[in-house]
Design a protein around this ligand. Structure first.
Ligand SMILES: [Zn+2]
Length: 546
């Protein structure tokens, strides 16, 4: 049957060639696949015609082959195609910077840490050796390490290796010397570990800063290197747009420079950090939009994280009755920012974890937007009071959430907020029902960059090990269709870009991915192992699996 079909296609391709040989040749036809167009009817197609970076048409293989003649015909051999994926909240640049440091996560001993650092130092020459991710709790000897091996290997280069949480680090003698740390040094809010009258090289909390502050800020070359390294990894997992949640002027300008030079092909939706310089350079000059870069939003922190009890709650923490957490930005300042962003037509995207932070910001949004739909977003919307869900609808607020946070936090989140409040935590289905749309992301590098993990966690409400059976609060699960929309068309809407991307329809951008798995029709567990076969931006292959 398949042979007959292929023969038929070939025949049609030939006749189409004859019929349209007078007409212009288009760039690309992909055919013989299953294309999830993500149009409003959630329709599928077999083939798609692409020209000059845009989708010309979708349809059956026969109809598309008949209508167009292409310079390149790509037989999908039954594979599935989706619009290029969008990560609605991540730290693209931060992830790239991490790639420039030795990655010490999942090491099983300090010897393994040393091996990795040695390898890293051979591949990267820089005046400092930095790394991050070790955790002595993963080692057989669950004790803080000692600097002596680092001293003998690196007598002349300063080394700073941070623990996984960033709250402790081991440094070598050279770094201690440069920071002027000796056995008599004291630091408030920090600790310098001494054993048998000798500095071990382990620094805790504020003591880490004594060394950290000596490291020069990254050069433009390093920043560019980081961005390109991040792009390579992101294309390999099917991302074609990243919403970077918190950038400064210098990085945004370098992103633009790299994009203009053709090296950075990733589309970036840049959320600016608040601050005078960014306000002056961007906000006050209005919206900046190029084919690859979109600057029209500011990311604000309302509160901190639930894990460290820095989230701002309406009632005390269930496991710390004397604390309700706190706001990271003063209320007065948040209100001021909201007014000025509304004035300049900018989008306000606020990190809100606790139910108090969510309530405060929803109310501020309601006031500042004055009934208009400025598409302001709440980032994370992690713990929401039952009475506040409707405000997402009333005030046209878009929830921007990270489904893997639910499965990363599920083991301790209940302890922090108790069973009652947990009902309104990571409640993505409720948020979607109220707002009509939900934007999905990962917050990488806090989580893995792989959007398939987002899809799986949103639908199965399980971690990558498949725990817990039945899912964590399965009533808050999204359907596969909703999860896919959250990573494409709804995320595009959250970026004011739904008319150009997020679906594969005529005149939209030819940003798409080919997957080896049909994540809509397969059991959800299959999505975890789904592999990207190719990623296209603007009709051009930017990643092809080997
Ligand atoms: Zn973030």
């Amino acid at each position: 049957m398949r042979t007959i079909f292929s023969a038929l296609l070939l025949l049609l391709a030939c006749s189409a060639f004859k019929a349209s040989s007078q007409e212009t040749t288009i760039d690309l036809i992909v055919y013989n696949g299953l294309i999830y167009t993500l149009d409003s009817a959630f329709s599928t197609a077999e083939a798609m015609a692409v020209h000059k970076g845009k989708v010309l048409a979708t349809g059956t293989s026969v109809s598309i082959m008949k209508r167009y003649k292409a310079a390149k015909n790509l037989n999908l051999e039954g594979k599935t195609v989706y619009p290029g994926l969008i990560d609605a909240h991540c730290h693209f640049y931060g992830y790239g910077m991490n790639l420039l440091r030795a990655n010490l996560t999942s090491t099983s001993s300090f010897e393994e840490v040393i091996d990795k650092v040695v390898l890293f130092s051979k591949e990267n020459s820089s005046p400092w050796i930095t790394g991050r991710g070790w955790d002595q709790n993963d080692w057989e000897v669950k004790e803080f390490p000692d600097r002596s091996v680092l001293d003998s290997l690196f007598p002349d280069i300063p080394v700073l290796l941070k623990r996984v949480d960033g709250h402790a680090a081991i440094v070598n003698q050279k770094a201690l010397d440069m920071a002027g740390i000796n056995t008599t040094t004291t630091v408030s809010g920090g600790e310098i570990i001494i054993k048998n009258g000798r500095l071990t090289g382990v620094l805790v909390d504020n003591a880490v800063d004594l060394v950290q502050n000596l490291i020069p800020p990254p050069s433009p070359e390093q920043i560019k290197k980081a961005l390109l390294a991040a792009q390579r990894d992101c294309f390999a997992v099917g991302l074609t747009t990243v919403d970077d949640a918190g950038l400064d002027r210098n990085v945004v300008e370098l992103i633009r420079e790299l994009q203009d030079s053709g090296l950075l092909k990733m589309r970036v939706y840049a959320m600016l950090n608040p601050g005078k310089e960014n306000m002056k350079a961007f906000v006050k000059n209005g919206i900046l939009k190029t084919p690859l870069l979109h600057v029209r939003s500011v990311k604000v922190y309302a509160d901190g994280a639930l894990g460290s009890r820095g989230a701002c709650l309406l009632q005390p923490y269930s496991d710390k009755p004397d604390s309700r957490g706190f706001l990271l930005t003063e209320l007065k300042e948040i209100k001021k920012i909201s007014k000025s962003l509304a004035k300049y037509g900018y989008q306000m995207n606020t990190h809100c974890i606790g139910d108090s932070a969510n309530r405060l910001l929803l109310d501020i949004y309601g006031k500042a937007q004055k009934g208009q739909n400025l598409r302001w977003r709440i980032e994370h919307a992690q713990v929401v009071h039952p009475e506040d869900f409707r405000k997402f609808m009333d005030y046209n607020v878009i929830p921007s959430v990270q489904p893997t946070h639910a499965t990363s936090d599920m083991e301790w989140a209940g302890a922090r907020v108790g069973p009652g409040r947990l009902q309104g935590a990571y409640a993505y289905k409720n948020l979607l029902l109220r707002s009509g749309r939900i934007a999905l992301g990962t917050d990488f590098p806090v989580e893995s960059i792989n959007p398939m993990n987002t899809f799986f966690a949103a639908v199965a409400r399980q971690n990558a090990d498949g725990d817990p059976a039945g899912g964590f609060q399965p009533q808050h699960a999204l359907t596969k269709e909703e999860a896919l929309k959250g990573m494409t068309i709804w995320a595009a809407y959250a970026n004011f870009e739904e008319n150009e991307k997020g679906s594969l329809e005529t005149n939209k951008l030819a940003d798409f991915i080919i997957l080896d798995t049909d994540i809509i029709k397969s059991p959800v567990a299959a999505s975890l192992n789904a592999k990207v076969v190719a990623t296209y931006v603007n009709g051009e292959a930017v990643f092809t699996a080997r």
